[in-house]
Design a protein around this ligand. Structure first.
Ligand code: PLP
Length: 419
């Protein structure tokens, strides 16, 4: 492992040796500069080994076998749940429901809590910053049940208009505030504990989309004050196919099941069924056991480095990157400047389409994302069709920013960007 827990600077040189993919080259021998961790993170060898190791030595279906391998697999799966619970400050492991990803976690809330509690005319407040996965499930309930979805706007700096939230909470029958902790497109870190306090005062529950926060900042569900927290393993050094819904135990226990099938029942008869306990009630079918175990290894890795140190590292990278990018003629940066900014930089470059910018960067071995980032309402609000986005993680360093800046300077000449 690379550095001790705490806020001392990360030993990025050492960390990078833990990530096999960072040793490879792309586009005819260029060293890979990976600046797309907001889409998915790279994986350290310990996570890859935990995944392969499970299949190599412990593979069996869980919870049903009365033989050693199955018992071992079940223990590993439940240990992973306990690790994730501790990582986010949950009061007990069974507050952690394993799902496939953030999207499934939010849909689970919509399909269980939403269907049980929302009537025509009830209001769900979300924000213009949201990823589609925190918009479409509410639109679906609007179409099916007549709920009303309101969007809190942003100001010119990319921060949420809390005055609008306050007005909605005072004047509308708001039942849920569904808000992202960190914007995947602008990097805005929303004041979610303040939002949760306001929502609770108005009698609404709070769902926090933690897809971009849990991997990058210390997140403690008790301090957050949220009722639901959704996040994805693949953005926090874990494998694809595993994500988490956290909720307070009593709240989970009050919800009807999500998908029906094996694993989620107590009894089944020809007349009907009784749902199983928490969290099995929400984990119908064979879960992604190996992926959960590897997520546990990802949590071990993050904890050994320390989330405060990871956050500090990204703050340092941002402080290095923003002024350098700003100096490039023709570039326009989006998102707030300040402490409430995560390691995500969206920009446009003259009138060149972001896809063309990303394509030129790719020729230099630099992986960035270009497009609407699954935030079409936000893009419309900003008056752009798309942006190019560079996003950081613990394995990025200043040399990556230097390569980005150099490549953009060259792109400026190739693409003839007016400054
Ligand atoms: C803020 C945010 N929410 C939700 C998601 C959806 O995550 P997933 O595709 O893992 O379900 C993403 C993915 O980029 C995201 O950035």
């Amino acid at each position: 492992m690379s550095t001790k827990a705490g806020t001392q600077p990360l030993d990025v040189h050492r960390i990078r040796t833990d990530f096999p993919i960072l040793q490879r080259t792309v586009r005819d021998g260029k060293p890979l500069v990976y600046l797309d961790s907001a889409a998915t993170s790279q994986k350290p060898a310990s996570v890859i080994e935990a995944l392969a190791g499970f299949y190599r030595t412990s593979n069996a279906n869980i919870h049903r076998g009365i033989y050693e391998l199955s018992e071992e697999a079940s223990i590993l799966y439940e240990e992973a749940r306990a690790k994730v619970a501790r990582f986010i400050g949950a009061s007990r492991p069974d507050e952690v429901v394993f799902v496939r990803n953030t999207t499934e976690a939010i849909n689970l809330v919509a399909r269980t809590w939403g269907v049980a509690n929302l009537q025509a005319g009830d209001v769900v407040v979300t924000t213009i910053l949201e990823h589609h996965s925190n918009i479409v499930p509410w639109h679906q309930l609007a179409a099916e049940r007549g709920i009303v979805v309101h969007f809190v706007d942003i100001d010119e700096t990319g921060r949420l208009r809390l005055d609008q939230l306050e007005t909605l909470l005072r004047t509308q029958p708001v039942k849920l505030v569904a808000v992202t902790h960190v914007s995947n497109a602008l990097g805005t870190i929303n004041p979610v504990s303040d939002i949760a306090r306001r929502a609770h005062e108005a009698g609404a529950l709070v769902l926090v989309d933690g897809a971009q926060s849990v991997p990058h900042l210390p997140v403690d569900v008790r301090a957050l004050g949220a009722d639901f927290l959704a996040f994805s393993g693949h953005k926090m050094l874990g494998p694809f196919g595993i994500g988490v819904l956290w909720a307070r135990y009593e709240l989970l226990a009050s919800l009807p099941p999500f998908l029906g099938g094996g694993g989620m029942i107590r009894t089944v008869t020809t007349e009907g069924f009784t749902p199983g306990d928490i969290p099995a009630r929400f984990e119908a079918g064979t879960p992604s056991v190996a992926d959960a175990v590897a997520l546990g290894a990802a949590v071990d890795y993050l904890e050994a480095i320390g989330m405060a140190a990871i956050r500090q590292h990204e703050v340092t990278l941002l402080a290095y990157a923003l002024p350098r990018l700003e100096e490039i003629p023709g570039i326009r940066l989006y998102g707030p400047v300040g402490e409430d900014r995560a390691g995500v930089i969206s920009f446009t470059f003259g009138d060149v389409h972001p896809h063309d910018v990303a394509a030129v960067l790719d020729l230099h071995g630099i992986a960035v994302r270009a497009g609407h980032h699954c935030t079409q309402p936000l893009m419309r609000r900003l008056g752009v069709v798309a942006t190019t986005r560079a996003s950081f993680y613990l394995y990025n360093w200043e040399a990556d920013i230097d390569r980005l800046v150099e490549a953009l300077q060259e792109a400026r000449r190739v693409l003839d960007v007016a400054g």
